[in-house]
Design a protein around this ligand. Structure first.
Ligand SMILES: [Zn+2]
Length: 434
């Protein structure tokens, strides 16, 4: 079977690159993946997968950080104008872009879940000849959006795996459920899909990311441990505006409250039990030079080596924000814009990935398990599967890249796509073979 999978994956190489480039050119950020999802659904349905979408796979009240109505409407129109199927897209109203595609092979076998994230970043892509996507005509045509994390490759590889596995259906038992997730950036999408039950009944769950810690072609990290738990907050301060010259005493200064909070948030004590992080990433405040500022918005995140450590950071942050607001007589509101929990891959499943990888010559530097040191909302799916007694693994498939993830010059080695399809298809088939 390994040889068949290898040849089948190689046959797909050209279409993998074409698909990745098409998605790279048409990036869609979180909850706006209308064209991407429609394109994938069409392909998967044609391969015989059963699609579930809309409210069945996205729990609306757990969707965090959804763009406003105008943005949703504009991006839906854009998706259709760029060739997305209007009928399918109408089923994603409100940003319900997550979907599942399942194939049942019959017989008494496990259910394997494989999660694919689809969203792009809020970054304007580099536009000069030194950047290959620009030079070769496949750089982003959607202003302010770019696939700078490789999720374009994730979708291309996911569709490739779906095709390879479907072609082997007579030799398999159990079922494969592909989970196409929106809004991984800002760790927003997975919770809403878990809330809708997409990981129910999954015995083995696989997630994969291109490059990242496996930062060169030929590298492979079979399992990740120690996902950082993370919480994203949007904090708005409200004071009272007043004439800065004539009646400053009547004002309540929201800018100062936000600044006071920002400085002290970064002074939260470290914790002896493990890694913690905090970042105030954006602060917008004030109206004009001679007006006491009445409004401020502070955008921040915390992280922790465990969910408890993240909760410690949040507890401290909450106290500081509350105290800073009160010092300046301001009100405040905290909106949770996203978050993820900690998690560990199962070593048994990482062993299986390791064994499969040994038959894929592309992978030369194989590490079985590594501390992740980042956040990923795949952890919500992982936890749900593990709580049901199943196993999960998060793989990093190596690829050379031209810049770090989330950089405007990010591009990756497309020669890494085909081996990723081979590895993932091979691993899934090992779990499902009759
Ligand atoms: Zn990513």
């Amino acid at each position: 079977m390994d040889n068949y999978i290898k040849h089948k994956a190689e046959e797909l190489e050209k279409s993998l690159v074409e698909c990745r480039r098409d998605l790279h050119k048409h990036p869609e950020t979180g909850w706006l993946e209308f064209r991407t999802a429609a394109l994938a659904i069409k392909k998967l349905a044609s391969l015989g997968y059963v699609i579930k979408m809309g409210a069945e796979t996205n729990k609306a009240d757990e969707m965090r950080g959804v763009p406003d109505k105008d943005t949703l409407a504009a991006c839906r129109l854009r998706a259709v104008a760029q060739g997305g199927d209007a009928g399918l897209i109408s089923g994603m109203d409100g940003g319900l872009t997550g979907f599942t595609a399942e194939m049942d092979f019959g017989g008494d076998g496990p259910r394997v879940g494989y999660r694919v994230d689809m969203d792009a970043n809020d970054i304007a892509e580099a536009a000069d000849e030194a950047h290959r996507p620009f030079r070769e005509g496949f750089s982003s045509v959607n202003a302010g959006a770019m696939h700078a994390c490789g999720h374009d490759a994730h979708v291309a590889v996911g569709l490739g795996v779906a095709e390879v596995v479907a072609s082997l259906k007579d030799k398999l038992k159990g079922s494969l459920r592909l989970i196409f997730q929106p809004a991984e950036e800002g760790v927003r999408g997975a919770r809403a899909m878990v809330g809708a039950g997409v990981t129910r009944g999954v015995d083995f769950l696989i997630g994969a990311h291109v490059s990242f810690q496996a930062d060169h072609s030929g590298a492979l990290i079979c399992g990740a441990t120690g996902f950082l738990a993370s919480t994203k907050w949007d904090v708005s301060f409200t004071g009272k505006s007043a004439h800065a010259g004539a009646a400053p005493q009547e004002g309540k200064n929201a800018l100062l409250a936000a600044c006071c909070a920002a400085l002290n948030l970064h002074a939260i004590s470290r914790h002896a039990e493990g890694a913690t992080r905090i970042n105030v990433g954006k602060l917008v405040a004030g109206e004009g030079r001679n007006i006491v500022p009445a409004k401020a918005l502070l955008i921040m995140e915390t992280r922790g080596g465990s969910t408890a450590l993240d909760e410690y950071m949040l507890g401290e942050a909450g106290t500081i924000i509350d105290a800073a607001a009160r010092m300046y007589g301001c009100a405040y509101e905290i909106k949770v814009a996203g978050g993820s929990i900690s998690g560990e891959s199962d070593s048994g499943l990482a062993d299986l990935i390791f064994e499969t990888a040994r038959a894929v010559p592309f992978y030369k530097d194989i590490v079985k398990m590594q501390e992740f040191g980042g956040g990923e909302d795949f952890s919500y799916m992982l936890q749900d599967v593990q709580e049901q007694g199943g196993q999960g693994v998060y793989i990093q498939v190596g690829a050379d890249r031209t810049a770090g993830h989330h950089n405007e010059r990010f591009d990756l080695d497309e020669a890494a796509l085909c081996p990723a399809v081979e590895l993932l298809s091979g691993s899934i088939c090992r779990l499902l073979v009759k």
